[in-house]
Design a binder for this molecule. Structure first.
Ligand SMILES: Nc1ncnc2c1ncn2[C@@H]1O[C@H](COP(=O)(O)OP(=O)(O)O)[C@@H](O)[C@H]1O
Ligand SMILES: [Mg+2]
Length: 334
């Protein structure tokens, strides 16, 4: 059986978050080999015609989709599963529609709100004018399309007063945030990730994990910014450990996080695997920050940690992703 492993084509100046795809390729490639697959790597860039021709020539039994950006743009990643659908090839992970709806964080928030799922309030830029703040308070200026905490540092936390023009602020910061930004109400409190994995009997939540900020000095924003994720020499990297074991009194909250994450799975039509990021406010109310369709599979990322806590090896995870892909019979190629 042959697998074609699609991944970002890395340029010579790729950032650490982009280079991380190499660790994913290695982990997933080893798991595929263990499952008896012969796998070939296929870098993907904006030349989708070439990619289509190469897929058609290789005639793989399965495509493993690890693409996280096209030519450095998160906003284009849904094109890859859309292309695979058009070619009628079975592939791992989420369909194009689910990727588009979740990668655009504001689009995802609109869907969450309209289906009664909790997500913090936000302001968007108005391309034709200004946006006056109605509710003063603390906000986080985030990228609409990019993940990996791109552009997130302490300065991304801002205090807005009623009447302030958010459009001007967002336009000013867009360049460092992948081209488009929004301001989301800052949720002070605990941070959790809930990973979901599809199995033959349905999708279930892997053990939840919490990011701890215990050693952050008072006044420093408790966020998992770019340095916390990608700079091993930074204070934030060392000071944001993950925990996967919880006292009994957290049980109700953790069940609620799983219920909400499964609600996201249904709402967005996710497939294979996903990870939902939450903050829990000081009153104990959970808020959905974002839905990660096709989350990172590096050995040191949250998904692998949650799977390991559930007793699943990387090979077990890949085996489930492959099985989920095969359950979705692709449209016959024309
Ligand atoms: N509304 C918010 N309130 C507090 N912290 C937030 C908020 N949104 C994001 N963060 C912090 O920023 C990090 C990255 O944000 P997230 O929405 O998960 O985007 P991504 O991981 O795709 O970059 C989160 O892990 C969290 O620490
Ligand atoms: Mg996140």
């Amino acid at each position: 059986v042959r697998a074609l492993l699609l991944h970002d084509a890395l340029g010579p100046d790729a950032r650490p978050d982009e280079r991380d795809v190499r660790a994913q390729i290695e982990a997933v490639g080893a798991a595929l080999a263990g499952l008896g697959f012969e796998s070939t790597l296929q870098p993907v860039d904006l030349d989708l015609g070439r990619v289509a021709r190469e897929i058609e020539a290789a005639r793989p039994d399965l495509v493993v989709n690890l693409v996280e950006s096209l030519a450095g743009e998160g906003r284009l990643i849904h094109l890859v599963p859309c292309l695979l659908d058009a070619l009628g090839v079975a592939y791992t992970g989420c369909p194009g529609e689910a990727l588009l709806l979740t990668t655009h964080k504001v689009l995802a928030k609109r869907w969450l709100v309209s289906h009664g799922l909790p997500t913090p309030g936000w302001y968007e830029a108005d391309p034709t004018g200004r946006t006056a703040v109605r509710e003063a308070g603390r906000y986080l200026v985030k990228s609409i399309w990019e993940d990996a905490s791109l552009g997130l540092d302490d300065a991304a936390v801002v205090e807005l007063r009623a009447g302030d023009d958010v459009t001007a602020l967002l336009h000013g910061r867009a360049a460092s945030l992948g081209g488009a930004a929004f301001a989301e109400r800052y949720v002070e409190g605990r941070e959790f990730n809930l990973a979901l994995l599809e199995g033959p009997e349905g999708t279930w939540g892997l053990p939840p994990s919490e990011i701890l900020f215990d050693t952050f000095p008072p006044g420093k924003p408790r966020i998992v910014g770019y340095a916390a994720k990608w700079d091993p020499d930074a204070f934030e990297f060392r000071a944001t450990p993950r925990r996967l074991r919880f006292p009994e009194e957290d049980g109700k909250l953790l069940d609620e996080l799983e219920r909400l994450a499964l609600g996201c799975w249904e709402l967005f039509g996710l497939a294979g695997y996903a990870r939902v990021d939450f903050r829990v406010d000081e009153e104990g109310r959970p808020w959905i920050l974002e839905v990660n369709a096709n989350p990172c599979l590096s050995p040191d990322a949250g998904f692998a940690a949650a799977a390991a806590e559930a007793g699943l090896s990387p090979r077990d995870v890949v085996e489930r992703l492959v099985a989920a892909a095969r359950r979705r019979t692709p449209r016959a190629p024309s």
